[in-house]
Design a protein around this ligand. Structure first.
Ligand code: NAD
Length: 300
């Protein structure tokens, strides 16, 4: 039976690290790292995500500001708010909860966030920096997956990783991080032929698709590590349940290590958002202040 990679337990360790970083920043520079979260409209899932992020932020001492906007505000109104947050020295991270209502140009909204406050790591400059292998703000979900993978493989060098899914949020940045860690990376997607045999060759499989239990036991090489990013809501006997992209019970019988859903990637994603908020603070400090912490920063 595969080893369980406990994202919940691991996220507590990351959050403890964040809490001590926050404390250090407060004591040594008087800065309260602050995250602004912008929620447009009434999407129930987005409301739950935002509530969880704000709650965790408060728990680690990060200041939080919530901006709830009506679904019918204009692109210009939203960008004006982001501009104000960009120019507010007391705000260090800006997160616009996605998806936005259909009338918004999401790419333009993402591009309007200052790259040093882009705690989601979606701004084109940060995407480019990641692709170029530079130190930057990295998307939270793949960052969480890397922390989990490192628990099993402290050295990922030479491992063959298959990433299922090529979204800008998960699949592509995941592949970039694995490449940086010297993995051999295959990205597969909805147009790929014979995904199963590509997966069967992999030491590591990352499933980020959004199709319930797509990955079955016969896709997995014995002993491989399987990270399940997928979140699929189903109803069983009138009760809502979350399941992943991986057929957990069956795959756990073959894999060497596996993440559960829930309790795997999800908690790590929020922990990495808060980690990114402290990293964003450090990117915004002038070099003289940064040196007090002995922290290296590129933007001075
Ligand atoms: P997306 O819809 O943007 O991308 C899905 C990708 O899967 C696409 O690249 C598509 O080509 C590929 N795909 C679709 N059908 C396929 C198939 N049959 N075989 C192979 N590839 C296929 O989704 P996303 O934003 O990348 O999210 C993926 C999943 O991860 C979703 O379930 C989402 O809810 C979940 N997610 C979880 C977290 C978390 O914190 N746990 C964070 C982000 C996303």
């Amino acid at each position: 039976m595969a080893q369980l990679i406990d994202g919940k337990a691991l996220s507590i360790q990351v959050l403890q690290q964040v809490a001590s970083d926050v404390e250090l920043l407060k004591v040594e520079s008087g800065i309260v790292p602050t995250l602004a979260v912008v929620l447009v409209g009434e999407d129930p899932a987005s409301q739950v995500y935002v509530r969880n992020k704000m709650k965790r932020a408060r728990e680690v001492g990060i200041g939080s500001r919530e901006h709830r906007l009506d679904a019918d505000i204009t692109q210009n109104e939203l960008e004006l708010l982001i501009d104000a947050l960009n120019n507010d020295a007391d705000v260090h991270g800006i997160l616009v909860q996605l998806p936005l209502p259909a009338h918004f140009n999401e790419d333009a909204v993402i591009a309007s966030i200052h790259p040093d406050k882009d705690v989601d790591g979606f701004h084109p400059l940060n995407v480019g920096a990641l692709a170029a292998g530079r130190d930057t703000l990295v998307p939270c979900t793949p960052q969480g997956c890397m922390i989990m993978l490192n628990q099993i493989h402290p050295d990922l060098s030479g491992k063959h990783a298959v990433v299922i899914g090529r979204s800008n949020i998960v699949g592509k940045p995941m592949a970039m991080l694995l490449l940086q860690a010297n993995c051999t990376v295959t990205i597969v997607h909805s147009h790929t032929q014979d995904i199963e045999s590509l997966c069967r060759n992999a030491d590591i499989v990352i499933a980020a698709v959004g199709r319930r239990e797509l990955v079955d036991a016969d896709w997995i090489k014995p002993g491989a590590t399987v990270i399940d990013v997928g979140i699929n809501a189903i109803e069983i006997d009138g009760k809502r349940k979350l399941i992943g992209d991986v057929a957990f019970e069956a795959v756990a019988g073959v894999a060497g290590a596996i993440t559960p859903v829930p309790g795997g990637v999800g908690p790590m994603t929020i922990a990495c958002l808060l980690l990114n908020t402290t990293r964003a603070v450090k990117r915004q400090l002038p070099r003289s202040t940064v040196m007090q912490f002995g922290v290296e920063v590129e933007n001075s």
